[in-house]
Design a protein around this ligand. Structure first.
Ligand code: 13P
Length: 240
């Protein structure tokens, strides 16, 4: 099971103290062999965080990258090679917050290709909006996002899919269990042999409901991952 913390645009150097508790908990947690924890802090914290997490089996990832894998005149941008250089092993690509800001499937495809080329593992986000859900075109949307996002990528072994319905992000809402099972199943049939995670308002309460859906390979957690107590709680409750 994957437990991925997406801190989004939150956190300064002082927030690194909070991961101590998670490191301590994880060392003694009896199921830790079956778990992969990945922290995706803002880019400013990748280096100090990866230093702090040295000698633990917790990894660090980035939240996005520029599509070009070589240096270039792109003010304000960071590419996958640079992220790898400062300690990132993963990168989130295609998050709905970036799709909403204008990222197209084509651009996402280029980012994934070049991030893989740089040696990063990719957490590839897909998901429908509320409007698309109401129109009952969720499958069509997911299919398109997968097809175009992974276009001409032969080796997909370093790609993890994160299904994040846009309407569930930050809203406290999660899909109905049977619907979520079916959607994850649909994604797994489209892209075989890849892990498929769920993301969107995962918290220490609804984890009881989510953990019963037995085709989910882990969670991409936003808000609740910034609080070490909540993050630990989610992991613990997944197993008891
Ligand atoms: P929340 O858990 O805050 O809803 O965010 C989910 C998310 O966007 C993770 O990438």
């Amino acid at each position: 099971m994957y437990f991925i913390a997406n801190w989004k645009m939150f956190g300064g150097l002082n927030s690194l103290n909070s991961i101590h508790k998670v490191v301590k908990f994880f060392k003694t947690f009896k199921k830790n062999k079956f778990i992969k924890i990945i922290y995706c802090p803002p880019s400013t914290l990748i280096r100090p965080m990866s230093k702090k997490l040295k000698n633990t089996n917790i990894d660090v990832g980035a939240q996005n990258c520029h599509e070009q894998d070589t240096y270039g005149a792109f003010t304000g941008s960071i590419n996958s090679m640079m992220l790898k250089n400062v300690g990132a092993k993963y990168v989130i690509i295609g998050h709905s917050e970036n799709r909403q800001a204008g990222e197209t499937n084509k651009l996402i495809n280029l980012k994934i290709k070049n991030a893989l080329k740089s040696g990063l593992k990719v957490i590839f986000c897909i998901g429908e909006t509320l409007q698309e859900k109401r129109k009952k075109i969720t499958k069509k949307i997911l299919n398109k996002q997968i097809k175009l996002g992974l276009n001409k990528i032969k080796n997909k072994k370093n790609v993890i899919i994160a299904y994040e319905p846009v309407w569930s992000i930050g809203t406290g809402l999660i899909p109905k269990s049977n619907e979520l099972f079916k959607t994850i199943d649909f994604i797994k049939k489209k892209i075989k042999n890849n892990k498929v995670l769920y993301g969107g308002s995962v918290n220490p309460k609804n984890i009881y409901e989510l953990k019963l859906i037995n085709n989910i390979d882990g969670y991409l957690i936003g808000g609740a991952s910034q609080d070490p107590k909540k993050f630990i709680d989610i992991i613990k409750k997944t197993y008891n």
